[in-house]
Design a protein around this ligand. Structure first.
Ligand SMILES: *Cc1c(COP(=O)(O)O)cnc(C)c1O
Length: 380
């Protein structure tokens, strides 16, 4: 089945009782049993499984070419569930440019866990491989990254990890399986903030893990069941509905994203544009190799380098909404240093290039003329 068909039909069945084409929102916590321990159907308690969530999880597995999908109450809950499979003494190698909340989870919530986190430029293969040792249990990559659009070579990393007992997880939130399929490139686990492009309508907080190996999937499902950060039936329904138009939306996000990046790169008030589709992007070649499109996320800095220019620009936007989050049909603009990445200490932020004049755009699916006109008036 082609991807565009999977988004609509992958893992889906008509509801058996009524033939409903969309799964109902099974707003129930529990399920009747015939005799103790023998439920009427396949379900016992909705923390373990709920039919609406199952429909979403089967869709997730299908679009990412995984064995099993798990749906969580947020992207961070999904990441946390995976981290819980580690123990004191284990080591994690993570990319040095990560979503602020992921960095906060690693460095603050897991600070006293005895798990050691290394942060490294994944394009520096020598630096990356020098960190590998017998305690390494997980490699965590985000590509493209939030907000600097760094790109890591998934296949090259998977090749380095081959034959070692190390899990390789990729945060695929920015690209989505419409543009990049990490499991096909050798990763073991895909993570999503389904809040973003999968949901696609800025109306739900949700997360996902999609797993290749069946035994690992079972272990993570147990972990999810036993800790409880599952996605509710209504939210599962919303993400499932979003996935059905993912391929259509991503096409327009890519188109508009490329046009906005091109416009910005010619603008006299702009210094650097971060967009993997630009030939000037340092990792354009890797992006081109592993992605079928470059998405709708574009970041840039001001020629003046002034924070005030960035904030004034953001205040003036009318079609773009100044707000956290990304990946919805509507265009959003964000100031990473003050908003989404404020949880990263200032020195670390500066070191990684998240400067005070950096603006991140989530380019939506509106008409490109309205988007460019809005940017133009905000620069004026
Ligand atoms: C938003 C985001 C997350 C966190 O997901 P939530 O759904 O907000 O918990 C993780 N990774 C990336 C790349 C994100 O953009």
């Amino acid at each position: 089945m082609k991807f565009e068909t999977k988004t609509i039909h992958g893992g889906q069945h008509h509801e058996p009782m009524t033939g409903a084409v969309m799964p109902p929102v099974f707003q129930t916590s529990t399920y009747a049993q015939v005799t103790p321990g023998k439920p009427v159907g396949d379900y016992e308690y909705s923390r373990a499984a709920n039919p609406t969530r199952t429909a979403l999880e089967d869709a997730l597995a299908s679009i990412e070419n995984g064995t099993k999908g798990l749906a969580f109450s947020s992207g961070l809950a999904a990441t946390d569930c995976l981290l819980r499979s580690l123990k004191a003494g284990d080591e994690v190698i993570a990319m040095d440019d990560l979503y602020g909340g992921t960095y906060r989870l690693f460095t603050r919530i897991y600070k006293d866990s005895g798990i050691k986190f290394h942060f490294v430029d994944m394009n520096d293969m020598a630096a990356f491989t020098s960190l590998l040792n017998a305690n390494t249990k997980l490699v965590w990559v985000e590509t493209p990254t939030n907000p600097l659009m760094k790109v890591a070579d998934i296949r090259a990393i998977a090749d380095v990890l081959k034959g070692r007992n190390i899990l390789f997880a990729v945060d695929n939130t920015f690209a989505t399986p419409a543009l990049q399929r990490p499991l096909d490139l050798g990763a073991d686990i895909v993570m999503h903030s389904a809040t973003k492009y999968l949901g696609g309508h800025s109306d739900v907080i949700a997360g996902a893990l999609i797993i290749k190996d069946a035994a690992l999937a079972e272990q993570l499902h147990f972990q999810q069941f036993a800790t409880g950060a599952t996605l509710g039936p209504m939210d599962s329904y919303l993400v499932l509905r979003g996935i059905k138009t993912l391929h259509l939306r991503m096409e327009r996000h890519c188109e508009n994203g490329a046009k906005v990046a091109e416009y910005l790169s010619k603008h006299p008030k702009v210094k650097t544009v971060y967009f993997p589709g630009l030939e000037s992007h340092p990792y354009h070649a890797i992006a081109k190799k592993q992605m079928s499109g470059f998405g709708g996320m574009v970041s840039f800095t001001f020629a003046s380098g002034a924070k005030a220019d960035a904030t004034t620009f953001l205040e003036k936007l009318k079609v773009f909404t100044l707000a956290e989050s990304l990946g919805g049909v509507e265009s959003l603009a964000n100031h990473p240093a003050l908003m989404t990445h404020a949880s990263i200490p200032e020195d670390k932020r500066k070191e990684n290039g998240i400067t005070d004049d950096l603006v991140r755009l989530s380019v939506g699916v509106e008409h490109i003329d309205d988007l460019l006109a809005d940017l133009e008036q905000a620069f004026g």
